[in-house]
Design a protein around this ligand. Structure first.
Ligand code: CAA
Length: 284
């Protein structure tokens, strides 16, 4: 199946990154969100990324213009009617994703594959909301999308081999390296990453170390590019908490309990970079 048009649901940090890499690989993109203000912000971020590459001499101005011309935006989900493949990257809330998939199922053509960038909600549960569960799959990009090479592809129980193959090929077309995971809470990436981040928050909670020291240990001691608390701020503390809750609910194992301090930060609206404050402070 040739993917001529890719729909991206959500124009936030993941959605606009996915739109950027798809457009850069020559695919027509339609990126949606609930408000024009959000889609405009998403496009502005893509422009900023591309401009940075042009100014570094890594991208021709003409290639930047071609990429931008391939991205259209909308606030109407009905504009996904001619999408061959959709990547949903909306907020990590189950009820919201269920509604989006039900709507996409009735809007998109019968051949369209509906994928989700969920970081931990079961694919089978989302697929069951549609009449095409064989065409529902997880396509989990990493943040920042233009830089990170991985796409974790998650097969739900009903996902067909054909859907899997098309998604794998699309990931490679986008310049990414896919890895296959089965549909268990957190899949592979977040099953391993988030307990590490949560443990770093416990170290802070129990005064084992200050944020900078915790991050320095992991950066210089383990060669991680970012410390776990810096990374939590990049991912978003609300997303980190949602993933820990999915792991905890899914396995009913106390080793996945979210650190109470993480919950306190989220309740205070300290969500990391996107709100200007998390474990560190940022200039907005
Ligand atoms: N968007 C686009 N490009 C970006 C970017 C962004 N937000 N941030 C950095 N870059 C680019 C820079 O422009 C630069 O590009 P060039 O090499 O072409 O010059 C390159 O990335 C390196 O950037 P910097 O030199 O500024 O900084 P760095 O070397 O410290 O790298 C980083 C920054 C790539 C973010 C690096 O710190 C890193 O890899 N961190 C770990 C990120 C990570 O673990 N991501 C996974 C999060 S988990 C997730 O996403 C899944 C989930 O469900 C929660």
């Amino acid at each position: 199946m040739e993917i001529k048009k890719l729909g991206v649901i959500g124009s936030g940090q993941m959605g606009n990154g996915i739109a950027q890499v798809a457009a850069a690989s020559g695919i027509e993109v339609i990126m949606s969100d609930i408000k024009e203000e959000f889609t405009a912000k998403g496009v502005a971020n893509i422009k900023k990324n591309l401009e940075r590459s042009v100014s570094k001499g890594k991208l021709e101005q003409s290639a930047m213009d071609t990429t931008l011309a391939k991205i259209k935006t909308t606030v109407n989900l009905s504009d996904m009617a001619d999408a061959d493949f959709v990547v949903e990257a909306a907020v990590e809330r189950e009820d919201l994703k269920f509604k989006i998939f039900q709507d996409l199922d009735s809007i998109c053509p019968a051949h369209a594959i509906l994928s989700t960038n969920t970081s931990s909600i079961p694919i089978g549960r989302i697929a069951a909301k549609t009449k095409r569960p064989d065409k529902v799959i997880g396509m989990h990009f990493m943040n920042p999308v233009p830089v990170m090479k991985l796409v974790e592809i998650i097969r739900g129980l009903p996902t067909s081999d054909e859907t899997f193959k098309i998604t794998w090929d699309l990931s490679e077309k986008l310049g990414k390296t896919p890895a296959e995971a089965n549909d268990f809470p957190g899949f592979i990436a977040n099953r391993i990453l988030l307990p590490m981040i949560n443990e770093a928050v416990f170290c802070l909670y129990q005064s084992v170390g200050k944020p900078k020291d915790i991050d320095t240990v992991m950066k210089l001691g383990m060669n991680h590019p970012m410390g776990p608390l810096e990374l939590a701020d990049l991912i978003g503390l609300d997303t980190c908490l949602a993933i820990m809750e999915t792991l905890y609910d899914g396995f009913k194992d106390s080793k996945y309990r979210p650190c109470p301090l993480l919950r306190k930060y989220v309740e205070a609206g300290w969500l990391g970079r996107k709100t200007g404050k998390g474990f560190y402070e940022y200039n907005k």
